[in-house]
Each structure stands twice: as C-alpha cells, then as structure tokens.
Design a protein around this ligand. Structure first.
Ligand code: NAD
Length: 381
C-alpha cells in the first residue's frame, strides 16, 4: 500500500463546524481509519495543522483530536510547501481574504458555505482560484445525508412519475439565551456579522435543488426577524439585526414548484429537523436527515373532508421506509474523502467555488425578492 501524505491547514477549527464536523468527525476519523483507500493499492493520509486565534483553545483541541501541530499564525504555515490544502471554516466574512491568500500561495482550497456573503466577491473568488491554477471546493454536505441519498435514488428509479412539487421544512427553536442557553453562535443573528437565515440556508437549498430536483429558475422570498432580542456568549443581551425565518418559493426547471420554510423560531412536530416532501403523479416521499418514507399510487388513501367526525385515516401508516442500502458515512467526511481524491488523484469534484457562488447568488436574489416584494429570476452563471 502506497501512502500519499497530504498537509492540510485547517483554519477556524475552534468553531462549532470546524471542530465537530470537519476535524473530529472527518479528518480525525479518516486518520483513525488509516487514510482514504483508493483502488486497493493507494491511500491518502491527511496531515493537518490547526489554525486559530486562541492558543489555549488550540491546545485543548490538539489534546482532544490527537493532532499535534497547531499555530495562531496563519502566515507562518501558508507559505509552507508541506501543506497542499487550505481549509476554511471561519465566520463567513473572513473567508474571501484567507482563501485569496491561500490560492496565491498555491494551496488547493476547500471551505465552508456560504462561500462569502455577496455574490460578486464569491464569483471573483472562483475566478481568482481558477487563474491561480489551484483546485477548489465548497462544502455541500446535505448531498451526502442518507435521507437525501435515498431521495435521489427514488428519482433515478422513476418512482415519482412526473414530479409536481417539493416542500422543505427546516428549523427548530433556537433558544434566545435569557433562560436556556442559545445553541447557535450569536453572529448568526447579526446582519453586520454576515448572519441571517437567508444567507445561511438558501445556499444549501440551491445545491440540493440544482443537484437532486431541478435547476432553480426564480425565487420569491419573504424573510422575517421574529425574535428581536437574544443573549450572546458573554451573557449580554443584544438586538437581533438579521432575519431568523424565511418563507421561500422556488420555480425549478420542468415546472416543479418548491416551497421551503427555514426558521430558527419553530417547534418541531415532524419527522426531523429537515424534511423534504416530494409529490409526483405516481408517488410521494418524505426525506429526513437519515430516513426516507414513500407512499406510492397504490397505497394512497382517499380522504374525504368531514370535520364533524374523528379522522378515520392514520396518515402516517401507509408510508414505507426506504431501506438502508449501505453503511452511510458522515456527510462532511464523505465529501472530504472525495476532495482528497480530487487533489491527489485528480478524480472529478464538481462541487467547486463556482457552485458555492451559485448558492450565494440565490441568497442574494432571495434578499432582493424580499426587499422588492417580487419574484426574481436567477440568471445562469
Ligand atoms: N455546512 C453547514 O451545514 C454549516 C452549518 C453551520 C455553519 N456553517 C458555516 O461554517 C462557518 C463557521 O460557522 P460556525 O457555526 O462554526 O461558527 P463559530 O462561531 O462556531 O466558529 C467560527 C470560527 O471562526 C473563527 N473566527 C471568528 N472571528 C475570527 C477572527 N476575527 N479572527 C480569526 N478567527 C475568527 C472562530 O475562532 C471560530 O473558529 C460559517 O461560515 C457558517 O456559515 C456551515
């Protein structure tokens, strides 16, 4: 077995996503499993260095992860040829500058979404990386969720007949912090720090729709700031300046209509934190993060409206789970493995900075639609 070592500069790993999803559940897991196996005779072994602002936090993370190398000085490693990849999970506003620095130093670039908070910077960043001749990718984790992989399989098998509509329901109650601590960072609720659910979630819906259901052609979006005051990490109350809910309709190619509610101010009474229902002429499915349930034409009940009697149909009963057809990896790890194979063996990796920019474009068009109170077309890029 030939081992190909790949140095990875991991910036922003003291944060929620960087630590949990990218370091602990992806890179450390890959190291522990002996690398990414390729074709039986090669393996790719990540060799990370952790980068952050706070030395004590980095030391703690180093102890937890077993990754020995860490630094608070990005400049000290960015020019080091021992590292071929720069990874960024910093807060969104810090990404563009760091990615440019990395690409000008010849590093391949992989980063969290949203790529940036505005479309022009995102597409410029894509051009910049192309001109620098480096490989690049953006996290599009939902594509590797077991529930969505099952949905994709059903579409491929023609289960739905003609797909008519899609309904996405995303969200949960994010505590304000006055009594129960908030479970998301406070910058998410400040526009001036690139917060807001539209910027956060529409880039996810862009790649989910484009890749699984149909290219997004137009958007109509109504945002809201339902909760006006929250409490930050230092226990200080602050004014919420960003949207915390978005009620959005998308027009997809093929005449499919997709409606997505995204909210940090809803309580969950559904199968999962994200559910996506697809209704077609021959059948329907509801995908959650891991499970996916189907109801085909033959199993479709025939309800008749009569509020004067108790409902006789159990609407959950006639749905069948799609069986697991393999062991599903953590979605972030699955995409990391593909990116590493792309870097080392030039395997295809279509989830580039251009795809990331499309997500930012949709978010920006969503904000424009909300502002204008009108439908907005999505130009092809
Ligand atoms: N793929 C997904 O599903 C998903 C989910 C949540 C967040 N995200 C994205 O991941 C990124 C990080 O989000 P998070 O929730 O982990 O946030 P977080 O606040 O927990 O972490 C942010 C990271 O950026 C660093 N940082 C912030 N300000 C800095 C500064 N001035 N100098 C240097 N470093 C600084 C922090 O130290 C920390 O490591 C965001 O872009 C966010 O949009 C993606």
């Amino acid at each position: 077995m030939k081992t190909h070592r790949v140095g990875i500069i991991m910036n922003g790993v003291t944060g929620r996503m960087g630590k949990n999803q990218h370091l602990m559940r992806s890179i450390v897991e890959i190291i522990n499993q002996g690398g990414v196996r390729v074709s039986g005779k090669d393996s790719i072994m990540p060799d990370p260095v952790l980068v952050g602002r706070n030395e004590a936090k980095l030391k703690e993370l180093s102890d937890l992860s077993g990754v020995k190398k860490f630094t608070t000085d990005l400049e000290s490693v960015i020019g080091d040829p021992a590292y071929g990849i720069y990874f960024d999970a910093q807060t969104t506003g810090r990404r563009a500058g760091a990615v440019r620095l990395a690409a000008s130093n010849g590093k391949h670039v992989y980063c969290e979404k949203p790529l940036t908070s505005d479309f022009q910077t995102a597409i410029d960043l894509y051009d910049f990386c192309e001109k620098a001749g480096v490989k690049h990718g953006v996290v599009q984790d939902k594509l590797w969720l077991p529930g969505l992989l099952k949905l994709k399989r059903l579409i491929r098998e023609g289960f739905f007949g003609k797909i008519l509509s899609v309904r996405g329901e995303f969200g949960y109650w994010v505590f304000e912090g006055h009594t129960v601590p908030a479970q998301r960072p406070s910058w998410n609720y400040r526009k001036e720090d690139d917060g807001g659910i539209i910027v956060d979630m529409l880039c996810h819906w862009r790649y989910v729709l484009d890749n699984i259901l149909g290219k997004v052609k137009a958007v109509s979006c109504l945002g809201a700031t339902h909760i006006k005051e929250r409490v930050d990490e230092q226990d200080h109350p602050y004014q919420v300046t960003a949207d915390d809910a978005a009620y959005v309709t998308f027009e997809l190619e093929g005449g499919i209509i997709a409606q997505f509610n995204s909210s940090w101010c809803v309580r969950v009474r559904r199968d999962d934190l994200l559910t996506i229902q697809v209704d077609g002429t021959r059948g329907s499915a509801v995908a959650g993060l891991r499970k996916c349930y189907t109801q085909d034409y033959g199993n479709t009940p025939r309800p008749v409206w009569n509020p004067d009697i108790e409902q006789s149909i159990d609407f959950f009963k006639d749905w069948a789970p799609v069986p697991d057809d393999k062991k599903y990896e953590n979605a972030f790890k699955a995409q990391w493995e593909l990116f590493l194979k792309h870097v080392v063996f030039d395997e295809p990796f279509p989830w580039t900075l251009k795809e990331g920019a499309k997500g930012v474009q949709l978010a920006e068009k969503g904000l424009e639609s909300w502002d204008k109170r009108a439908w907005v077309d999505i130009p092809e890029i």
